[in-house]
Design a protein around this ligand. Structure first.
Ligand code: OGA
Ligand code: MN
Length: 272
């Protein structure tokens, strides 16, 4: 099912096949941005989805061959504005996943990864009981990162054009979970700073089995378990940062990933 957004002068109309008007989102429209991450979208769309597609949420996992960048971005956009999340079996090409994993291991050998902190600014602190991974920020400079950044930039641009979501930039880091490490249940936006709107996690591990642990458990805003995602190479999961609590269960072997957050401009006071 696809969703078309039609912009009229009075609001944003949600129109679904067979092209009947399903709802109008007018809230926040005056600000020039429509935030689809709150409950409005789910409220408008979900009843229709249930009526037309009586399938489990996991049907939103696309286990097809690699999709073209544009096609993939439009599936992600459709999913974000309907159910709010999507799992993709092939987000990046196999050779790119290999190159990124190699780079991560080189960084690790050079001691360039640092134990992940939680929180932001003065609240930032080390809590290995909450998360046990080591991370390094990506800067897009190496050939592998530059290739990835082209895809991330294309996705950012597509989400802005289709969802009017105002994503200004993204930040991304490598994360390496040593055996035994986990990441407790959390949401990705920080207290007092909701600039992060869309989260994307890309996995870099070969032949991952369920018994290896390290599953990403994704929950609804009401804390119902939605899915458990295996961190298999090339797979990715994308979701609205503020709405979906998630956790990484203890990994029994080393687990590599890239976490990426698309951000809106932090709230800036109006110049008076
Ligand atoms: C994170 C995170 C999930 C994963 O870094 O915020 O939730 O599966 N990562 O690596
Ligand atoms: Mn997270």
């Amino acid at each position: 099912m696809s969703v078309r957004w039609h912009h009229s002068g009075v609001g944003l109309h949600l129109i679904t096949p067979p092209w009947r008007l399903f709802g109008t989102i007018g809230k926040n429209f005056g600000s020039g941005r429509v935030f689809l991450h709150d409950s409005e979208c789910a409220r408008l769309y979900n009843p229709l989805r249930q009526a037309h597609t009586p399938v489990a949420t996991s049907a939103w996992s696309f286990r097809a061959a690699v999709l073209s960048t544009e096609n993939r971005a439009s599936r992600i956009a459709d999913a974000l504005c309907s159910v709010g999340w999507i799992s993709l079996a092939t987000f990046i090409e196999a050779d790119l996943a290999v190159a990124l994993r190699r780079e991560l291991h080189t960084l690790d050998q050079q001691d360039a990864l640092t134990p992940a902190l939680i929180g932001k600014g003065p609240r930032q602190r080390l809590r290995a009981d909450i998360r046990g991974d080591r991370t390094a920020w990506l800067d897009g400079a190496s050939p592998a990162q530059a290739r990835l950044f082209v895809q991330l930039e294309a996705l950012r641009d597509h989400l802005n054009r289709t969802l009017f979501i105002g994503l200004e930039d993204f930040e991304a880091h490598y994360a390496l979970y040593p055996p035994g490490a986990h990441y407790q249940r959390h949401v990705d936006s920080f207290q007092g700073d909701n600039a992060r709107r869309v989260s994307l996690v890309i996995y870099l591990n070969d032949a991952w089995r369920r018994t290896d642990g390290g599953l990403l458990r994704l929950y609804t805003p009401q804390s119902r378990l939605i899915d458990e995602i295996l961190p298999e190479s090339g797979h990715a999961v994308c979701f609205l940062s503020e709405n979906f609590p998630h956790e990484v269960t203890p990994a029994r072997r080393e687990r590599a990933s890239i976490a990426c957050w698309f951000r809106v401009r932090p709230d800036t006071p109006l110049p008076l």
